[in-house]
Design a protein around this ligand. Structure first.
Ligand code: 475
Length: 829
């Protein structure tokens, strides 16, 4: 019967004229159709926002067609699939990215034009999807783009937070956080799947039951919440493949708590039900520390449980033997946040599918791989046993069992080395008995990946040293990458055209190594001129934005020197600020003649501080206080400006990065696992001023030390320098600028005191004092290079040319081959 139905549908589809057409007239018709019937506005009277809605729905229709074909094709071919589990995705805007990946950007622009609209203005109407904090979350988004483009049979799973990362507003130089209710104006990019929903259980207790004469455990939950799927299609570039990012939203379950309805307290029972929705209501805004909050743990399990039910249901559609599970499924843990998936799969296999423990464990150990995004031991997730035991009693038992067998193995391997056993144990004894999620993950994952070469080194020698000694083969690295589709094609269209013109092909958009072809033209005067023209226009656009946001007028003749990323002590925005104070101090002490030789600078800083991170907030305030002084000093004029760009997010980055001349990646060596901002600046021909840390070490290797400005202590020097203390290693200028802040030169003397204290004597954990001298030298080098236009432009072209290795296409190719064991599965057009 279903075959007959299908035949009918196929005949009808042909009658209907097949797929949506992408010529401008068909697009126009679709847009007007959606204006009238989806947006419900008159086609004779609609504004930019409504045009955005109608265009987005027209694109969404096309995405859905491709999504269906891709999923059907995957189903038919039944390849091994990758499921990418992440609690965070920073997708940014979708419209421009989608039309570019579908190859219909120009036709859409034409269609809009005919209707009296401009594509850029319409695209600006879209809000920013910010379901994540920083690097880890944007990396997930880049990797989804590469997975789709490279035709891999993969899906992403995540949480559909109602409130994304907070909006940063600056008042009087201080950061305030405001809620980001991003779904307020609707979201045309998601498809609600009311029928794809699963019950997720919490609390309760574990009972024993007899099944066929054997004892087995049964978890009797105390609370039930429904997980509803929202699908976000992810189109690949230059392929029909469109994969899925499935995000879960919490809804009250019909079984939630029948009791209270029966007692007759109807109104309160309804109100209680609504409480279920809080699980997916808000993203935790801290990207480094873990506070053992119950809601966070609930989010993690909610997301893991729903995703695994979905994955297992799909597997069972065409398979019945769980031994085949690892041949058909790879599960990638984006840091340890989804690591409850490990005991959850064990629970399903043992308690529900009734597999023997050892058989289940054998399967589980072939399924999972982990990528770590941290270096600091404090950054490792720990969950108090009491909390876990009350929320997920059966999982706690399973974790104890896993640990028991692991400890037995360890004793065989190392003998009774109790120190080692207690360091490696999944269970941490101590004031607060806790579960170490990293240990749990490493024990079970077949591969643990670092995000750059030096990061892996640190994992092997410090963070996971014991585990490396036990299982050296598990530890690998895949240097991060970013997608050139978003970070060049979408955000810098004129540079994109210029590159294609000089390479004579657009093929680099899928095959990024071709960018190397720019090297041979780097000294070509014509290319240099066109290159500078493109960069100039981008700078003017950024200057305009700065003026609107801050009221500060900046000259595009100046060097735009940018540091944008989350505010952290280890990222050393404070070093940047002290350098700016030094520059200001120097200018103040110059005579007219000397001032004429100064290279004008616009220093731009942007980034959010976690709401509870006091020091980071003080750094933001200091930036404003210093800016206030400098920007209003008539001695300085255009020679130096300092601006803070508020509410830095993906969309703002798309504007800032193409308009930057110099960007700073100046973490204390050994602290930035990778860093991906640097790669985006590099692709856009912005020169880097950087320490040898994380991915910049590999960038230096790729483009050569001559093409960037490097400084500072090396990773292996840091421990000894810390011992010494900054009193011995800091230059005189350092003490001087710190004193200016301390003495209240920029006001707020008491407020900044703790910032200065941290830099004193033996403090200075992040070695600002030690690195200050070489930092100033690197800055002076940058000044010198900037006035030599030919040289600077050549360096800029060589930066873009050498950025190919830092594409997420390369990263994903490595993961696919070495970690996940998946192959492309390309849906025919
Ligand atoms: C690294 N986020 C970058 C980037 O690999 C690296 C932690 C806890 C809770 C929520 N978010 C986090 C991170 O740990 C994170 O973003 N790490 C970053 O991952 C991608 O390039 O060096 O700091």
């Amino acid at each position: 019967e279903s075959g007959e139905r299908r035949g009918k549908a196929e005949r009808l589809f042909r009658l209907m004229d097949g797929f949506r057409r992408n010529d401008p007239v068909s697009l126009q018709k679709d847009i007007l159709d959606h204006v009238e019937f989806t947006v419900a506005r008159s086609r004779f009277n609609f504004d930019d926002f409504e045009a955005y809605q109608a265009l987005s729905h027209s694109i969404r229709d096309r995405l859905i067609e491709r999504w269906h074909d891709t999923q059907q094709y995957f189903k038919r071919k039944d390849p091994k699939r990758l499921y990418f589990l992440s609690l965070e995705f920073l997708m940014g805007r979708s419209l421009s990215n989608s039309v570019i990946n579908l190859g219909i950007r120009d036709n859409c622009a034409d269609a809009l034009n005919q209707l009296g609209f401009e594509f850029e203005v319409v695209a600006e109407q879209e809000g920013d999807g910010a379901l994540g904090n920083g690097g880890l979350a944007r990396l997930s988004a880049c990797q989804m783009d590469s997975l789709a483009t490279m035709d891999f049979p993969a899906w992403g799973y995540g949480l559909r937070y109602q409130y994304g990362l907070f909006r940063q507003v600056i008042f009087d130089g201080f950061q305030y956080e405001q809620p980001d209710y991003w779904l307020n104006f609707g979201n045309p990019w998601e498809i609600e799947r009311v029928h794809v929903s699963y019950a997720v259980k919490f609390y309760g207790n574990v009972e024993e039951e007899l099944l066929n004469g054997e004892k087995c455990k049964v978890w009797v939950p105390g609370e039930m919440v429904e997980a509803v799927a929202y699908d976000n299609p992810i189109p690949g570039y230059g392929t029909r493949n469109t994969i899925n990012l499935r995000l879960w939203a919490a809804k009250p379950s019909d079984q939630h708590d029948m009791e209270s309805f029966n007692t007759g307290d109807y109104i309160n029972a309804v109100i209680n039900r609504q409480g279920a929705e809080t699980i997916s209501s808000v993203l935790y805004p801290d990207d480094r520390s873990y506070q053992g909050k119950e809601l966070r743990l609930k989010q993690q399990y909610f997301f893991v449980s729903a995703s695994l039910q979905d994955i297992i249901r799909r597997f069972k559609d065409s398979h019945s033997n769980f031994d085949e599970f690892p041949d058909k499924v790879a599960l990638q843990l984006n840091d340890t946040h989804p690591s409850l998936a490990i005991p959850e799969v064990m629970r399903i296999l043992v308690d529900e599918e009734h597999l023997e423990w050892s058989r289940a464990w054998g399967i589980v150990c072939k399924l999972f791989s982990l990528t770590s995004h941290t270096v600091l031991p404090e950054g490792l997730e720990k969950v108090p046993v009491d909390l876990l035991g009350s929320l997920l009693p059966r999982h706690l038992q399973i974790i104890y069992d896993i640990n028991f067998f692991f400890m037995e193995d360890l004793k065989k391997h190392f003998g009774l080395d109790y120190d080692r056993l207690s360091r490696m144990s999944i269970v941490e004894e101590g004031a607060v008995k806790s579960i170490r999620m990293a240990n749990l993950s490493i024990v079970c994952c077949h591969t643990v990946n670092g995000v750059s070469r030096v990061h892996l080194e640190l994992l092997k020698t410090r963070v996971f040293k014991d585990f490396y000694e036990l299982w050296p083969q598990k530890f690998q690295f895949k240097t991060n990458g970013v997608t050139q589709r978003r970070w060049i094609v979408v955000s810098n269209p004129s540079l994109c055209s210029l590159i294609s013109k000089w390479l004579g092909t657009e093929a680099w958009i899928r095959d990024v190594d071709l960018l190397l072809g720019l090297r041979e033209h780097a000294a070509n005067a014509d290319l240099q001129q066109e290159w500078n023209m493109v960069r100039r226009v981008n700078k003017m656009r950024l200057a305009e934005y700065i003026e609107t946001m801050s009221g500060i007028k900046v000259s595009p003749d100046a060097m735009f020197d940018v540091q944008t990323k989350r505010i952290h002590e280890y990222k050393r925005q404070l070093l940047n600020l002290l350098g700016i104070i030094h520059r200001y101090d120097c200018i103040k002490n110059m005579n007219m003649n000397e001032r004429r030789k100064v290279v004008p600078r616009v220093c731009i800083i942007g980034g959010k501080a976690a709401p509870g991170y006091e020091i980071a907030k003080k750094i933001i305030k200091l930036c404003h206080a210093v800016g206030e002084k400098i920007n209003n000093d008539s001695d300085v004029g255009d020679l130096l400006k300092l601006v803070f760009i508020p509410d830095y997010n993906v969309s703002v980055a798309e504007l800032v990065i193409p308009g930057s001349d110099l960007s700073q990646h100046i973490s204390t060596a050994g602290h930035e696992p990778s860093g991906t901002g640097s790669m985006k600046f590099l692709m856009n021909g912005c020169l880097l001023l950087a320490t040898a840390d994380g991915s910049t070490i590999e960038i230096i290797e790729e483009i050569g030390e001559d093409n960037m400005f490097t400084f500072g202590a090396k990773v292996h020097e840091v421990p000894a320098l810390r011992e010494k203390g900054s009193a011995l290693t800091a230059p005189l200028q350092f003490a001087r600028v710190v004193r200016m802040v301390r003495d209240g030169y920029f006001g707020f003397k008491d407020y900044f005191k703790s910032l200065c204290d941290a830099l004193d004597g033996n403090g200075d954990f992040y070695l600002l004092g030690h690195d200050f001298g070489s930092y100033l030298e690197a800055q002076a080098e940058a000044d010198k290079a900037f006035v030599d236009r030919e040289k600077w432009t050549r360096m800029s072209i060589l930066s873009t040319a050498g950025s190919g290795r830092f594409s997420s296409d390369r990263t994903i190719g490595e993961y696919a081959e070495k970690t996940w064991g998946i192959e492309p599965c390309r849906c025919p057009f």
